[in-house]
Write a new protein. Structure first.
Length: 94
């Protein structure tokens, strides 16, 4: 894991933890089937993934046929366009 991806994961996890007061129920680094996803909210069937490059954003694809919605972001998006990322997650949560 690169330091950029690590920083992005930490940034996003801090934001998701702060949102728990609003009822968010994400878990970090959860094993789902054959995949380990970065963040998952099992009750909402929602997965959030972070990758260094777009080509790496493949984890979790096998969960989509089971009803999971998978949001994929690049590390750079989380670090430098965080408001866009947070808005996308809020929209998915509803």
């Amino acid at each position: 894991m690169t330091h950029v991806r690590r920083d992005a994961l930490q940034t996003l996890w801090a934001w998701l933890r702060r949102r728990r007061v609003d009822g968010y129920g994400f878990q970090m680094r959860e094993r789902r089937g054959e995949d380990t996803v970065d963040f998952v909210w099992p009750e909402r069937l929602l997965v959030v993934e972070v990758a260094d490059r777009a080509a790496e954003q493949t984890t979790g694809r096998r969960l989509e046929p089971f009803g999971f919605k998978v949001l994929r972001f690049q590390s750079s998006q989380v670090l430098w366009m965080e408001e866009h990322v947070f808005a996308a997650i809020e929209e998915a949560v509803g």
